[in-house]
Design a protein around this ligand. Sequence first.
Ligand SMILES: Cc1cc2nc3c(=O)[nH]c(=O)nc-3n(C[C@H](O)[C@H](O)[C@H](O)COP(=O)(O)OP(=O)(O)OC[C@H]3O[C@@H](n4cnc5c(N)ncnc54)[C@H](O)[C@@H]3O)c2cc1C
Length: 384
Amino acid sequence: MSETFDVIIIGAGSIGTPLAMSLAKRNLRTLVLDKEASPGQGQNKRAIGGVRATHSDGSKIKACLRSLEIFSTWQAKHGDEIGWIRGGYLFPVYMEHDEAVLKELLKVQRGFGLEIDWAGPDKVRELVPGIDGKNLRGGTWAPGDGSASPLLSANAFYREALKLGAEFHFKETVKEILSGGGLIKGVATDSGSYFSKWVVNAAGAEAAAVSEQAGVKVPVNPDCHEAGITEPAQRFFEPMVVDIRPGDKSKNYYFYQNREGQIIFCLTPQPPFWGDDRRSTSEFLPEVSRRMVSLMPGLASLKVRRTWRGLYPMTPDGFPVVDFPESLKGYVLAVGMCGQGFMLGPGLGEAVAAHIAGSPSPEDREILAGFKLSRSFSGQEKLK
Ligand SMILES: Cc1cc2nc3c(=O)[nH]c(=O)nc-3n(C[C@H](O)[C@H](O)[C@H](O)COP(=O)(O)OP(=O)(O)OC[C@H]3O[C@@H](n4cnc5c(N)ncnc54)[C@H](O)[C@@H]3O)c2cc1C
């Protein structure tokens, strides 16, 4: 079997699925290939659903402001329930140093159009009733951020992409990226070959191995993170709470209450666990629950229903790689989404599709400018 498309996307995940939608909207004949049986079955479904534009740099802020627009208006425009809650993001602060860093960032964030402010201790206590008030200095508060269900969203984007004419082949693994004379030709899978002018690598945690097929090295390594969910409780707070203080065996952790009233939580282990081992550890639950209960003692009575472990496709500096390598015309990298692929997906999808269609706006260019493969990777994202 051999067919010709304008664009082939490898991966129907957090990035590939909304990108297909944006490409099909521009009348580009698009094929998405995924080795799993349906959309969002890679790392997308391991995400806890946080969507924030509260970042430390312009590219991520602008991409996520676009994503927020898409998530927050989805149900009104398309009718699907995706679990969107405009709960805001709150970074409560207990240490002088953290206050200085976050207050400094406010200027950058506001400069890029983010609605964010410093909330005093009383406002923080009002937003999160029962939060530990000892040494509480306040926190940053971005009311327009929120959360949505990764699986409901991936399926909504998938249905919309199909409606717009994109094709999806599941249970098909890309084995070879076809090229010749410095130009992309298509891909070969375990079932056949497909030809196209563009091939987008949106293969998530496996992006580096897939990129080797194109002869392009990308610094993306899987980094294991665990998450969990409790039984439901009556709603008692709205924001995603991000505690950036270091713990005994962890860096930050974050949690929110979803539409069903369940608390969903996630922790950044320290030291990191590199690799693709997805078995749950015995350290995660004691560490995260001790920290959450000390921040919000009222959580102690909730039972945890389930935990899981997934992979962040990490880059050395915590920023994605979204680029068009000169060495292979038609090859597109949309990889290295770290812990933010779900929130970046729809906004980045729009920006990448506009570049492929040859009509990027100044903002599309600005978004991709921060994600070049040729950068030194020596910086560090402050709000990973
Ligand atoms: C515990 C946890 C919590 C998280 N919480 C959040 C959060 O709150 N908000 C947020 O924005 N992000 C969060 N993330 C991060 C987020 O899940 C990832 O950044 C995101 O899913 C990566 O998107 P992606 O499209 O690059 O990869 P994926 O969604 O994994 O998609 C890649 C797809 O490529 C397919 N694929 C790979 N190789 C091939 C091949 N050779 N042939 C065919 N198909 C292939 C895979 O099957 C997969 O479906 C979290 C992650 C974890 C682990």
